[in-house]
Design a protein around this ligand. Sequence first.
Ligand SMILES: Cc1cc2nc3c(=O)[nH]c(=O)nc-3n(C[C@H](O)[C@H](O)[C@H](O)COP(=O)(O)OP(=O)(O)OC[C@H]3O[C@@H](n4cnc5c(N)ncnc54)[C@H](O)[C@@H]3O)c2cc1C
Length: 407
Amino acid sequence: MSRNSDVVVIGGGPAGSFAALKLAQMNVDVTLYEEHGDIGIPSHCAGHLSIGGLNRLGMFPLPEEIVENTFSRATFYSPNCKQFSVRLERPATCAVNRALFDQYISRLAQDAGANVCLNSRVKSLTFDNNIVNGVTVKHNNQTVKTRARMVIDGEGISSRLLREVGLQGLNRQMLVNGIEAEVENTKNIDLDSVELYFGSEYAPGFYAWLIPKKDGKAKVGLAAKTGNPKTCFEKLMTRHPVASAKLQNSRVVRTVLHPITLGGPAPKSFSNGFLAVGDAASQVKSTTGGGVIFGMTCAAIAAQVTSEAIERDDFSSEFLSTYQKRCGEALGFDVRTMIRMRKTLDAMSDEKLDRLTDMCARLGLEKTLRSVNDIDLQGRALLHVLRSPRMLTALGYFLLTYLIGNP
Ligand SMILES: Cc1cc2nc3c(=O)[nH]c(=O)nc-3n(C[C@H](O)[C@H](O)[C@H](O)COP(=O)(O)OP(=O)(O)OC[C@H]3O[C@@H](n4cnc5c(N)ncnc54)[C@H](O)[C@@H]3O)c2cc1C
């Protein structure tokens, strides 16, 4: 199980496995440790991904069995169920089976030469003169040390190992508690549309979602900043005027609870001999909580910087800061825009959300939004649609809400 390698990757989620894939494709000797016996299980995620993002990563089309549905429409329901629907020109998102998706990336990584070790929990990092030089791994009740020139940490939201190098964990103020469920026997669901439900009664500080699958089942979930997400979920299923009509008699096949980080990327995600990727580095969209595409985008950058570090034989924090810089160049503008949008949304009362939704519908904003084809790069998407006077009016309202709180 244990052998020394140039690079150790911690965690077989999409970020860790994609880093391993990219490294293996560059002929770097890489070993990935995953604590569970199977990649992708248990899954905690709705698996709603943008097709544009997958395309940019060279991951689309995906094998058919992974894709549960594709969508060109999203319908937003405000707290008092005012409706605003956007239909894009072509399918812009898809729902993937997260376990199969993660297993697919892992298989690609292994085919490219990565060594993937399951049932292998990284207990701690090891150091030589303050430089990370490997990990201790527990496998079958045996704990062994393995050496590496670089460690890439894709351990997910716990970000426990990250703190061993003195990096900040996640911004706890910006965590929401998520619940994700698979349901069957739904009624009258529109297979072509993702539905989003806002309101402090059902999803305080975030929103709830219904993602239909082609087989008639659906993924239903929400996140909440306060209160118990299970109670909110019960309410959504049984009392929400729109959602409960579709879900009241459905059977919940499984539920998973897991936090989501909305604070935007960690200010520093590198140290001597060490880089963090994915949720561990909070590489998640602050607006939607989607972290798969951003995590994989940064994982590809981490792999590139790691391969350059190996070539230069320079694993210093100074050189590895290139990673943070390049992630900022790739995503910084969008990240900053989304953090602002999140803060604005957080400042809005239910009544303001009702008014905003109503205004978007009355201004005919769906016509302007129809041409958006990338929902990941939301800063750039916003710039694109701002050319429309309709959008400027809505943005004016949005900004006033943020600046003076009571337009
Ligand atoms: C309810 C909910 C719904 C979501 N829906 C979406 C969505 O629709 N779209 C989207 O883009 N994002 C979504 N997300 C966010 C998304 O799930 C994460 O951003 C994404 O999984 C992060 O990938 P990752 O590889 O960084 O971490 P993870 O997927 O969490 O993977 C980390 C891996 O590391 C392993 N690990 C941890 N510690 C160790 C250790 N010490 N040793 C070895 N292995 C270890 C874990 O077992 C795990 O396999 C959702 C999140 C939640 C909670």
